[in-house]
Design a binder for this molecule. Structure first.
Ligand code: ZN
Length: 382
């Protein structure tokens, strides 16, 4: 008995649901709020519906809890074109559709692009494919979908679906690999765009400074849909006070990291301890100018304190940055990131050489690091 129940649930979850269907006279029928549930019940008695993609017959479902939607009657060839959908996904697609419509853009809901065999959630001005992603997706699949759109000169825009609103603050942000892959790369000032259907509100996670693993420090800010524009508004750079918070969080994380390294056992084989020893830096009091937040630091695998100590060590030994990266000592997340890494490391080296011999206080450290940040933002946004 439990076995068959489980099987039934599995099958149900795989049924593909959609918001647009064809009627028997080949007209598209949209479930975009223009009919009441009562009207839909009436229409259902005399109309038949078909999937615009696979032509299979679909049911019009009008429950009290979920948004009215069409469901394929059985497993269909549509499975290969789309993810199983949740009501959060349906709700979000509808609201995004209405958002673009209100701003007088040309919008197609669930447009199927037969050339690349992809069904996009919301297709805007025949140039933007809005992908509203409510569940984790393999990174390779995400890139494959983006590449498909690019082949048609369509710009993919990934928006992450939110069940719960986010806290608006400067703080620690945990990002899975697929969320990093969803970053908007518009003018390289990367940010993650999110949407919370229950409140019809966009969220931005921006000004992201990589810490380690899936941890970043960044700014979370929201924007009500009726204040949003398209192309979507870009996040603002941080003010000096906001950046001060970032520095503070980084310094706390650095202290945690140092403690974890000191308790890590064999200090002799430990990279952090070895770097400190070679630079004649006391492990318990590493100067504040090691481990500073820099935009683009995510192309390095190790925490900022490590690669920044490595740069100092290379400099003291007279080793150039290119040699340092080429030697493999500074580990990159991807070989393609070589030039980005060099740029970030050069910025750090300039900072390091200017600060290490001067009698600068911590207040000056903030100004100096904020200055690098502002220059980077200007460079990325020009
Ligand atoms: Zn279908």
């Amino acid at each position: 008995m439990p076995k068959s129940c489980g099987f039934h649930r599995m099958e149900e979850r795989r049924v593909v649901i959609i918001l647009v269907a064809k009627t028997s006279n080949q007209k598209l029928f949209y479930l975009t709020n223009q009919h009441s549930r009562q009207e839909l019940h009436k229409i259902r008695t005399h109309e038949q519906f078909f999937c615009p993609t696979c032509q299979a017959s679909v049911h019009l479902k009008i429950g009290e809890i979920n948004i009215p939607h069409f469901a394929h009657k059985a497993l269909s060839s549509c499975d290969q074109f789309s993810e199983p959908e949740s009501s959060l996904h349906l709700h979000g697609k509808l609201l995004l559709h209405n958002f673009f419509k209100k701003l007088n853009h040309t919008v197609d809901l669930e447009k199927y692009l037969s050339g690349i065999r992809q069904r996009t959630d919301v297709f805007v001005n025949e140039r933007y494919a809005i992908e509203f992603q409510c569940s984790p997706i393999p990174v390779s699949q995400l890139f494959q979908r983006s590449d498909g759109y690019k082949r048609l000169n369509v710009h993919p825009v990934w928006i992450k679906g939110l069940k719960e609103p986010l806290r608006e603050e400067i703080g620690l942000v945990h990002l899975q690999a697929y969320e990093v892959a969803m970053f908007q790369q518009a003018d390289h000032f990367s940010y993650l765009l999110l949407f919370h259907p229950p409140n019809n509100r966009f969220y931005y996670q921006s000004n992201l400074f990589y810490v380690s693993g899936n941890r970043w420090v960044g700014k979370t800010k929201s924007l009500q849909a009726n204040q949003q524009i398209f192309p979507f508004a870009l996040p603002n750079p941080l003010t000096r006070n906001e950046f001060k918070l970032v520095i503070g969080i980084f310094q706390n994380l650095k202290r945690q990291y140092i403690r974890s390294q000191l308790y890590a056992g064999r200090r002799i084989g430990n990279l952090f301890c070895r770097l400190c020893y070679e630079l004649q830096v006391e492990v318990a009091s590493v100067p504040a100018f090691f481990g500073i937040p820099l935009l683009g630091g995510d192309c390095m695998k190790e925490p900022a304190i490590i690669w920044q100590l490595q740069i100092a060590q290379a400099y003291e030994k007279g080793v150039g940055l290119e040699t340092l990266v080429a030697s493999g000592q500074v580990v990159l997340t991807h070989p393609e990131k070589f030039s980005q890494a060099l740029e970030v490391m050069t910025d750090y080296l300039t900072f390091y050489t200017s600060i290490k011999n001067s009698e600068k206080t911590n207040a000056n450290l903030l100004d100096n690091v904020y200055d690098i940040y502002c220059k980077t933002v200007r460079k990325l946004r020009k």
